[in-house]
Ligand binder design. Structure first.
Ligand code: FAD
Ligand code: DLZ
Ligand code: SF4
Length: 511
C-alpha cells in the first residue's frame, strides 16, 4: 500500500510528521512550486526565491537519502498551478492508497486540504505539526473561557513545562522577565556585526532567473540574495547569532538606525518558519550561552521569550480563532493602504527607511514593523485587510499563522484587546528616542503643530480622541487621556484639523 506524502514550503524539516513511517521503496513524496501560492498575495520576489530554493535543496537532500521525491517546478509545462491540481495529477499517476500531510500553517490551505478526500476519493490523513512547542489543543485549554489573554502568563507556563531558564522551580535570576533592562536607545559608534550571507549557488541562481521571469511585477528587490537555503547554512546563522549578536540582543532590541537593517536581531524567523531550524534548538543554544557566561540574562531571557512565548502564543491565538480573527476590525478602520507602502516614496523618513529596507531585504526587525509601519497604520485607521495583505506579502518570514495575529492583534488592536492589553500607539518622540531617523526627515520631531510638525505627533492624539469611546476606560491609557483632557480647546482643535488635513493628503497621495 503506497502513500502520497505532501510537503509544503514551510515544512522543510526531516522530522516533519508527514515523513514518519515513510516506506522509501513505495511511498511518493510530493513537493510543488505553484503559481497560486505565489500570487494569492503578490509575495516579495526575494521571498519566492527563498522558498523555492530552500524547497529544491530540501528535495535534493531527501532524494540523496533514498526517498522517492516528485518535485514539480513552477515552469514544468504540466504544472496546473495549484496544490489541488498537483495532488490530483500525482494521484492519477501513482494511484496512492492514501495521502498523508502535516497540518498546514494557513487556515486557507487547511480548508482546501479538507476537501481532498471527497474530491479525489482518497483518504487524507492530516497529522499534527509537532515542530511547535504548544499544540492548538493545549493552547485552547490554557485560554479556556478567558476574554483577554496575556502572553506573559502563557510564557511562564512554557518556561516551566520545558524547564528553560529554571532553577529549583523558580525562574533563573529571580524574575521571569528582564525587559526593564532592555530597550536602550542606540548609541553612536555602535559596532554591529555583519549579518550572515550566503552567495547564491547553482540552484538559487536558477530559481532567481525563474522568479525574475515570472514575478518581476511583484514588490521588492530580488538581488542581492543572501539567505541561507539549507539546514546547514541556517545552523551557521544560528551559531553566528549566538556568538556575535546575542550579547547585545536585549540592550538594543528596540533600537533602529538608518542603514542598519539587521541590528542585533537573530534573523532566524525565516528558517524557523520554514522548518530549517527548530525552536527548541535555538532556545537551548541561547540558554547554553547564558550558562557558559557568554551572554547576559536580559538578552537570553528576552530572546527565549520571543520564541517560546510570543511565537507559540500568536500561533495558539490564530488556530483558536480562525476564521473569525481575519475579519475583526474593532475600530472599524477603512482607509486604503497608502501607495507609499509599496514604493517608500514618502517624506516621513522613518517610514521611508523601513519600507526601503523591507523592499531590499524582505525583512524589517520587530520594532520597525511594530512602532513605525504598524503604528502608522493604526493611527491613520487603515483597513486591517489591506494591512494584513501587505505584511503577508512583503516579509520572507510571513505565513498567516504568525502574520495575522501580529498585525490584527498586536498592531491594529482589531481584536479589541484580546491579544494585547493596549494598542501599541506612539507619537514621534518614541521613534526619535529609539532611532536616528528624525535627523534626516523633512518634518521636525520637536514641532507639535504647523507644516513642519511631525505627523506622528498630532495623529497620535487624534487617534486617542477619535477612539475615546473604545479606549478611555483602558487603565493603561488613563494617563494619556488625562493629558489629552488637560489640553485647551484650541490645542484639541488644532490636532483635529491638522490630522484631518494630513489624512486627506494621504488620500491624494501628497503625504
Ligand atoms: P528576533 O528579534 O531575533 O526574535 C527571535 C525570534 O523570536 C524570531 O525569529 C521569531 O521567531 C520570534 N518572534 C519574535 N517576536 C515575535 C512575534 N511577535 N511573533 C512571533 N514570533 C516572534 N514574525 C514572523 O515570523 N512572521 C511574520 O509574518 C511576522 N509579522 C509581523 C508583523 C508585525 C506587524 C509585527 C509587529 C511583528 C511580526 N512578526 C512576524 C514578529 C517579529 O517582528 C519577527 O518575528 C522578527 O522581526 C523576525 O526577525 P528576527 O528573526 O531577527 O527576530
Ligand atoms: C508562500 C508560498 C509560496 C510563495 N509558494 C509556495 C509553493 O510554491 N509551494 C508550497 O508548498 N508553498 C508555497 N508557499 C507557502 C504556502 O502559501 C502556505 O503558506 C503554506 O503551504 C502553509 O499553509
Ligand atoms: Fe518619523 Fe516624525 Fe521622526 Fe520624521 S520626524 S522620522 S515622521 S518620527
Amino acid at each position: 500500500m503506497n502513500t502520497l506524502r505532501l510537503i509544503f514550503a514551510d515544512q522543510l524539516s526531516e522530522s516533519v510528521s508527514s515523513l514518519e513511517g515513510c516506506n522509501h521503496a513505495d511511498d511518493i513524496i510530493l513537493m510543488c512550486e505553484v503559481r497560486e501560492e505565489a500570487t494569492h498575495v503578490k509575495h516579495h520576489q526575494k521571498k519566492i526565491a527563498f522558498l523555492f530554493s530552500a524547497m529544491r535543496h530540501f528535495a535534493q537532500s531527501l532524494s540523496g537519502q533514498g526517498y522517492r521525491v516528485i518535485y514539480v517546478r513552477l515552469d514544468d509545462p504540466d504544472n496546473t498551478g495549484s496544490f489541488r491540481g498537483e495532488v490530483k495529477r500525482c494521484a492519477a499517476k501513482y494511484n496512492p492508497a492514501q495521502i498523508v500531510l502535516t497540518h498546514p500553517g494557513e487556515y486557507r490551505v487547511l480548508q482546501e486540504v479538507r476537501t481532498w478526500s471527497s474530491v479525489l476519493g482518497i483518504p487524507v490523513e492530516i497529522r499534527p505539526d509537532q515542530r511547535f512547542l504548544c499544540t492548538p489543543e493545549a493552547f485552547a485549554h490554557w485560554a479556556g473561557r478567558r476574554k483577554q489573554l496575556r502572553m506573559e502568563y502563557f510564557y511562564r507556563e512554557m518556561r516551566q513545562q520545558y524547564d528553560i531558564l529554571m532553577a529549583d522551580g523558580a525562574p533563573v535570576g529571580g524574575k521571569w522577565n528582564y525587559d526593564a533592562d532592555n530597550r536602550k536607545p542606540p548609541k553612536t559608534g555602535l559596532q554591529i556585526p555583519a549579518n550572515s550571507t550566503f552567495p547564491p549557488d547553482e540552484i538559487t541562481t536558477e530559481v532567481m532567473q525563474l522568479v525574475s521571469q515570472h514575478f518581476s511585477s511583484h514588490f521588492g528587490r530580488l538581488e542581492p540574495f543572501c539567505f541561507a537555503v539549507t539546514r546547514k547554512q541556517a545552523l551557521t546563522v544560528l551559531e553566528q547569532f549566538i556568538q556575535q549578536r546575542l550579547v547585545c540582543f536585549g540592550d538594543y532590541q528596540d533600537a533602529m538606525l538608518e542603514g542598519e537593517p539587521w541590528m542585533f536581531h537573530s534573523h532566524l524567523s525565516f528558517y524557523l518558519n520554514v522548518g530549517l531550524l527548530l525552536p527548541l534548538e535555538c532556545v537551548k543554544a541561547a540558554e547554553d550561552a547564558y550558562t557558559q557566561g557568554k551572554a547576559p540574562l536580559n538578552a537570553v531571557e528576552g530572546f527565549i521569550r520571543q520564541i517560546i512565548g510570543w511565537r507559540e502564543y500568536v500561533r495558539g491565538i490564530y488556530w483558536l480563532n480562525m476564521p473569525e480573527y481575519a475579519s475583526l476590525n474593532y475600530f472599524e478602520a477603512s482607509r486604503d493602504l497608502p501607495d507609499f507602502y509599496w514604493h517608500g516614496d514618502t517624506k516621513m523618513n522613518c517610514l521611508r527607511q523601513c519600507i526601503q529596507e523591507t523592499s531590499n531585504n524582505a525583512y524589517a526587525h520587530h520594532i520597525q514593523r511594530l512602532m513605525v509601519l504598524g503604528n502608522f497604520a493604526l493611527l491613520t485607521g487603515i483597513d486591517p485587510k489591506q494591512v494584513n495583505e501587505w505584511f503577508l506579502a512583503v516579509y520572507a518570514d510571513a505565513f498567516e499563522w504568525v502574520e495575522l495575529p501580529n498585525v490584527s492583534g498586536m498592531i491594529l488592536f482589531a481584536d479589541g484587546g484580546y491579544l494585547a492589553s493596549k494598542p501599541y500607539a506612539a507619537g514621534g518622540s518614541y521613534i526619535h528616542k529609539m532611532s536616528d531617523y528624525c535627523k534626516n526627515c523633512r518634518y521636525q520631531v520637536t514641532r507639535k503643530s504647523g507644516p513642519d510638525a511631525c505627523p506622528f505627533h498630532y495623529l497620535y492624539w487624534d487617534f486617542l480622541a477619535r477612539n475615546r469611546d473604545k479606549l478611555s476606560t483602558n487603565p493603561r491609557l488613563g494617563m494619556m487621556y488625562s493629558t489629552y483632557h488637560r489640553m485647551n480647546d484650541d490645542k484639541k482643535a488644532a490636532i483635529r484639523e491638522e490630522s484631518a488635513l494630513f489624512l486627506l493628503s494621504l488620500e491624494h497621495h501628497r503625504d
